[in-house]
Write a protein that binds this ligand. Structure first.
Ligand SMILES: *[C@@H]1O[C@H](CO)[C@@H](O)[C@H](O)[C@H]1NC(C)=O
Ligand SMILES: *[C@@H]1O[C@H](CO)[C@@H](O)[C@H](O)[C@H]1NC(C)=O
Length: 211
């Protein structure tokens, strides 16, 4: 049974005892608009959070794939010309993808970034659709990693984004994130890379390939 209902936290807590979709509503909102696939699963043990039924519906706490990219300056190109990025900089871009719900969680750590984050997109930290050694449009823009201390030597950003995506870059009058689905990364990881752009390295400071 599919329902789309304005639920109070209290009402949802009640509903949660009859659904196989676990959601964390501990964020303190007094009311939330939630579209829930409610499964009347009579007799099933509610406490089993990750049941096959929940996974089939798209359990928000389940990744369909995880990826760790080691980003380096040597991989940065402009079109197909290597530009060198920021010498000595590096990045670890970790992603968890939930292709059932079009969610991507990220943990992006940069070492030795210099200059200011700079990009025509909404942020300067992206997943682009681009094969190794080639350039391509940004599909997802992530919050730029923030300095962990005053030196700024290490920067980090952590969170999750849910489609539909917009990146703030137009091609043919269309945002290059429009219509993008994270399952496309799983279908062709070699066709995607992640990077971050600096005022002192506009084509990219560091870049890493999904595969
Ligand atoms: C994020 O990634 C960094 C670098 O790999 C790691 O040290 C850190 O523990 C990760 N943080 C979380 C919350 O997973
Ligand atoms: C990439 O190279 C082209 C052609 O040389 C140049 O016009 C453009 O400004 C470069 N892009 C960046 C981001 O540096």
């Amino acid at each position: 049974m599919k329902t789309s209902t304005l639920l109070s936290t209290a009402a949802f807590a009640l509903a949660a005892t009859t659904t196989a979709v676990p959601l964390d509503l501990s964020s303190g909102h007094s009311s939330l608009l939630i579209s829930v696939d409610v499964v009347q699963n009579a007799g099933a043990p509610v406490a089993a959070a990750v049941t096959p039924a929940a996974a089939a519906l798209g359990d928000i706490f389940t990744f369909t794939s995880q990826h760790t990219l080691h980003a380096t300056p040597e991989q940065v190109v402009n079109e197909t010309t290597p530009t060198g990025g920021i010498a000595g900089a590096s990045g670890i871009f970790s992603f968890g993808i939930n292709s059932a719900l079009n969610i991507i969680c990220y943990n992006i750590t940069l070492h030795g970034f210099q200059g200011e984050f700079s990009s025509p997109a909404d942020t300067a930290t992206h997943i682009h659709e681009a094969a190794l050694g080639a350039s391509g449009p940004p599909r997802i823009a992530f919050p730029n990693p923030e300095p962990l201390d005053a030196s700024g030597a290490v920067r980090n950003s952590i969170g999750c984004l849910t489609g539909p995506f917009t990146v703030g870059v137009l091609m043919m009058e269309k945002d290059t994130g429009e219509g993008f689905h994270v399952s496309q990364i799983e279908q062709n990881p070699a066709g995607f890379m992640a990077d971050t752009h600096s005022s002192v390295a506009l084509p990219g400071a560091v870049r890493g390939q999904f595969a």
